[in-house]
Design a protein around this ligand. Structure first.
Ligand code: GLU
Length: 289
């Protein structure tokens, strides 16, 4: 018998659930229930300008309609800011965080002017402009109250951690369900933002703190977050957090092969329900019947 898994469904309450979300929730729920484990729900509502409590209520109602009961109270990221700040302070104390004063425009111009800008899986990475500022220059800008984000000095972090190389366990990636031990490429996304200019906390930082605080043993999420796992694994190492296993499931796509998004109004659970579909029909449509 497999160990009881603790899994989570972590939507951002910025819109209605569509079939892709239902798939993610069903996968997480099934992984927990089939092992006698726990299925948790977390509202990733850091960006308060885009989130709405009405969407939170609708999401919970639709999970119940799907027949997915969750364990314990729903965690809301907006209630956990203190935990994220503590983690950020711990990383700062290790000397692997620096203030970044660049605007999006500054970054675009800098990249344009470079002969060979560093590349990530989704395009150019932050070129490290503010990592190179002298300490006095940094001080002047901070003292002047200049708006800034906080970034991870990924090169410094890798040097600090040294060998041995890091790994994570993949339990079923993408449509083929590939499994195995994945060697981490900690610099895959470059000097990521840890503290956003507007909210003070970034997705990557919050997620590793949440998964550890909630005791998540198996992170199930879309394959679009595979690259994110590499850098989140690095943050776990820096913060001394436990490392869950991962399952990066296939993404649900529309007939044109594009991943579902807010524009696909006819694929929301609300629209499908209104058309007369029941929870069993949704499962069958998703190949989980
Ligand atoms: N909030 C993210 C989303 O809705 C999920 C993040 C995660 O599972 O780590 O895509």
């Amino acid at each position: 018998m497999a160990e009881p898994e603790v899994t989570r469904f972590a939507p951002s309450p910025t819109g209605e659930l569509h079939l892709g979300h239902a798939y993610a929730a069903l996968i997480a729920h099934q992984a927990a229930r089939s092992t006698g484990g726990r299925f948790l729900v977390r509202m990733e509502n850091l960006d308060q300008s885009r989130c709405d409590t009405r969407f939170e209520a609708a999401i919970l109602e639709e999970l119940s309609w799907l027949g997915l009961a969750w364990n314990g109270p729903v965690r809301r990221q907006s209630d956990c800011m203190g935990a994220y700040r503590t983690a950020l302070e711990a990383l700062s104390a290790r000397g692997v965080v620096y203030p970044c004063f660049c605007t999006r425009g500054d970054i675009a111009r800098e990249i344009e002017g470079m002969a060979a800008a560093p590349q990530g899986p989704d395009g150019p990475l932050y070129p490290g402009t503010c990592r190179q500022l002298s300490p006095p220059e940094r001080q002047v800008r901070l003292a002047g109250g200049m708006a800034h984000a906080l970034r991870l000095d990924v090169g410094g972090a890798i040097t600090q951690l040294g060998v041995p190389p890091m790994h994570f366990e993949e339990t079923g990636r993408g449509p083929s369900g590939e499994t195995g031990v994945v060697a981490v490429q900690p610099a895959l996304l470059g000097d990521i933002v840890l503290g956003r200019k507007d909210t003070g906390v970034s997705y990557h930082l919050a997620v590793v703190v949440d998964d550890a605080d909630q005791g998540v043993t198996l992170v199930t999420r879309g394959d679009d977050l595979f690259a994110a796992t590499h850098v989140q694994r690095l943050l776990q190492a820096l913060l001394g957090l436990p490392v869950p296993r991962y399952r990066h499931h296939a993404l649900i796509r529309d007939p044109q092969g594009r991943r579902l998004a807010k524009r696909d109004r006819d694929q929301t659970l609300a629209a499908l329900r209104a058309s007369g579909m029941g929870p069993e029909d949704i499962r069958r449509t998703l190949g989980l019947g």
